[in-house]
Ligand binder design. Structure first.
Ligand SMILES: *Cc1c(COP(=O)(O)O)cnc(C)c1O
Length: 357
């Protein structure tokens, strides 16, 4: 294809490539190991919903039933909710709503790639404040950058992907209060942190937006359902760029069913949290690697000079973990927590590869 056909911002773009997966145990994308359709109560409601779907009719533009289910879950007004095809779609909407070309998006690094990628499509610039040693966010640095640039959009990922770090809500509030413009807090993993959400800031600070998803703690990554929570004026603004019927009838129906059965689904989540804490405690005494504390369903591991050999050995054991291309992160893996069985297999591969581990 003629490269001149592309919009200018896309000319040097590397396509988002998901490599084909051959491994049986996939712990590289923070997916759940648990299929919620195996819960009889969920399956029963899903079958009933399926029987009454009307695929010949366009879906509800604002996904009213799902919106009410989300509002009930979070104890907020439904007018504060906008649902999308995963948190990813909502992030795209937010960037399309608030950023012009040349505008600044401020975030911290390392973090989720989507913010920078979507900003780059628009021609906006991302400025990232690097974490302090040990992947602690540099809150003073972020605060200074907000005051210096007054970015059109600030994005804080909390708990952060890929570091797993949870921020004190007081630091989020400091950034929000210093910013004259919108601040997006991406809480895709908040259900694993069980800490107070930035949603509690919205009443006082109408510039706050929070993203959540059913992909992680609800185990519905394949369904594509995420949402934003913000003051209704912000929801109305973001709705301007939303495609009219963005969310299909299956996602609207099954998303509401998952939320209805959240108590059962959260038992699985609680098991993952317990396994995360158990596994991290075990790994912290293993020589040759370093693991970082996590408030999510994954953790970051530094395997130092053993990283290439360990990645290949895991692969041979049919286990795929996430590794990074950037030179600073070359010795790191991000590992999704699923079950004790899987974790024990990971540990035995570590012990094979690292002498005295
Ligand atoms: C997974 C994830 C999302 C959203 O994922 P969707 O599957 O699109 O809902 C958003 N932010 C972060 C940091 C994530 O890891």
């Amino acid at each position: 294809m003629n490269n001149n056909w592309l919009r200018k911002t896309l000319k040097d773009f590397a396509p988002y490539a998901v490599a084909p997966i051959h491994e049986k145990t996939v712990i590289n994308a923070n997916e759940s190991y648990f299929n919620i359709l195996s819960l009889p109560s969920v399956m029963k409601d899903a079958e009933e919903a399926l029987a009454s779907l009307k695929p010949q009719i366009y879906p509800a533009p604002m996904a009213d039933t799902l919106r009410e289910a989300i509002a009930d879950y979070l104890s907020v007004d439904p007018s504060w909710i906008l649902a999308g095809n995963g948190g990813d779609e909502v992030i795209t909407y937010i960037i399309n709503t608030f950023l012009d070309p040349e505008d600044i998006l401020l975030t911290h690094a390392p973090t989720f790639d989507m913010y920078d990628t979507e900003a780059a499509v628009i021609g906006a610039k991302t400025i990232s404040v690097p974490d302090l040693p040990g992947f602690k966010r540099d809150w003073d640095g972020i605060a200074k950058a907000v005051e210096k640039y007054q970015p059109k959009l600030t994005v804080l990922c909390d708990p952060n992907n890929p570091t797993g770090e949870l921020a004190p809500l007081s630091e989020i509030e400091r950034i929000v209060s210093l910013s004259k413009n919108p601040v997006l807090v991406d809480e895709a993993y908040m259900e694993f942190a069980q800490a107070e959400s930035a949603i509690s800031l919205i009443k006082k600070y109408p510039n706050v937006m929070v993203i959540r998803t059913l992909s992680k703690a609800f185990g519905l990554a394949g369904m594509r359902c995420g949402y934003m929570v913000a003051d209704s004026d912000m929801i109305d603004a973001v709705s301007k760029v939303k495609s009219p019927y963005n969310l299909n009838i299956f996602t609207q129906a099954f998303g509401a069913i998952a939320l209805k059965h959240r108590d059962e689904i959260f038992k699985v989540r609680d098991g993952i949290i317990a396994e995360r804490d158990r596994f991290l405690a075990e790994l912290s005494s293993v020589n040759g690697i370093r693991v970082y504390p996590s408030s999510t369903n994954f953790f970051l591991m530094d395997a130092g000079t053993y990283a290439p050999a360990l990645f290949e050995a895991l692969r041979k054991a049919d286990i795929l973990v996430k590794k990074y291309k950037s030179p600073e992160m070359a010795s790191f893996f991000r590992i999704t927590v699923t079950t004790k069985d899987v974790d024990e297999r990971v540990l035995s591969v570590i012990r094979e590869v690292i002498p005295n581990a």
